[in-house]
Design a protein around this ligand. Structure first.
Ligand code: ZN
Length: 71
C-alpha cells in the first residue's frame, strides 16, 4: 500500500507539490520518488517545493479547492 501522502497530493501549476499533511518521518517526492526526511520543504533531488496544506494557516486551502483551481 502506498503511503497516504502519495495518494493524497496534487501537483500545482507552478510545479510545487501539495500534500494534505506533513508525514511524520519521511516524505517521498511523487515526481522523482526520492525518499527524504519530512522536515524538508522541497525535494533535494528535483527541487520541487513541498506544501503541506494543514500548515497553510493563512490561506486555508484543501484538496477540493485546489482541484477547482487547477482545472
Ligand atoms: Zn523530487
Amino acid at each position: 500500500m502506498k503511503p497516504d501522502h502519495l495518494t493524497n497530493h496534487r501537483i500545482l501549476p507552478d510545479g510545487s507539490v501539495a500534500f494534505v499533511t506533513r508525514p511524520r518521518v519521511s516524505v517521498t517526492c511523487p515526481c522523482c520518488w526520492t525518499d527524504q526526511r519530512s522536515y524538508r520543504n522541497a525535494c533535494y533531488h528535483c527541487g520541487r517545493a513541498f506544501l503541506y496544506l494543514d500548515e497553510q494557516l493563512t490561506t486555508r486551502i484543501d484538496l477540493q479547492k485546489l482541484d477547482k483551481e487547477i482545472r
